[in-house]
Design a protein around this ligand. Structure first.
Ligand code: PGA
Length: 251
């Protein structure tokens, strides 16, 4: 189980990868083995079709496997959906919920995201809950309010013993090669820390706040050195083991 103490470097493969991509997981495991025992927690979220095989490939390695989404219900008539207990059964220990691509492509609201996070907790999965403003919202000076509203509505009220993990991913930084300034990332993470500490007390103070959006080997060190940045959620650069390992090494 995730103990919430170390940084977390998480890879989100999105809708990329067939069986051949498992060779990247094998390569990552090898790089980690060569690097020795000091490392952050490491998570890979492959497409659902690969979770069981990825979990098999990653057993006896420090790599944990997660889903990219789950349905709020345990089971039922929801064609094409996957429940949290199913992800756990396939070998996942984490699940991303509320990614901006799900919010945009599938109209997911923060209240749905909260139900998904609750379903994850009930299935003993650690939810990685995503928030982040659009470019228009940032330009309008609304980023802090938008993120505060998303946090308030997307997070369950109780996490039990499960650590809180939130990923701040400005929508305009995802897949674009653009990132906020280090000062802007620091300010948003400090803002989130205050809000989470006020709501959850000690669990909020130790919540892991990941930054996501165009994290690459060449900017990871600076981003991960920011106070209140406790890890990264990495899309494109998680697809190649060597790039992802370089980000892990920067933590
Ligand atoms: P990116 O994606 O690293 O490709 O920008 C990040 C994410 O969407 O989690």
């Amino acid at each position: 189980m995730d103990d919430g103490l170390q940084p977390l470097i998480a890879g989100n493969w999105k809708m990329n990868g067939t069986g051949a991509a498992l060779s990247q997981l094998e390569r990552l495991a090898k790089l980690l083995e060569q690097a020795g025992p000091r490392r952050p927690d490491i998570l890979i979220c492959p497409p659902a079709t690969l979770i069981a095989r990825a979990a098999q490939t990653a057993r006896n390695t420090p790599i944990r496997v997660g889903g990219q989404d789950c349905h709020p219900a345990e089971n039922g008539a929801h064609t094409g959906d996957i429940s949290a207990p199913m992800l756990a059964d396939a070998g996942a220990s984490y699940v991303i919920v509320g990614h901006s691509e799900r919010r945009a492509d599938h109209g997911e609201t923060s209240s749905l995201v909260r139900q998904k996070a609750q379903a994850a907790l009930a299935a003993q999965l650690v939810p990685v809950i995503c928030v982040g403003e659009t470019e228009a919202q940032r330009l309008a000076g609304d980023a802090n309010r938008v993120v505060a509203d998303q946090l308030a509505a997307s997070l369950p009220d109780a996490f039990g013993d499960t650590p809180i993990i939130v990923a701040y991913e400005p929508v305009w930084a995802i897949g674009t090669g653009r990132t906020p300034t280090l000062d802007d990332i620091a300010a948003m993470h400090a803002h989130m820390r205050l809000l989470l500490a006020a709501r959850f007390g000690a669990a909020g103070e130790t919540a892991r706040l990941l930054y996501g959006g165009s994290v690459k080997p060449d900017n990871a060190r600076d981003i991960l050195a920011i106070p209140d940045v406790n890890g990264a959620l990495v899309g494109g650069a998680s697809l190649l083991a060597d790039d992802f390992f370089a980000i892990i090494a920067a933590a």
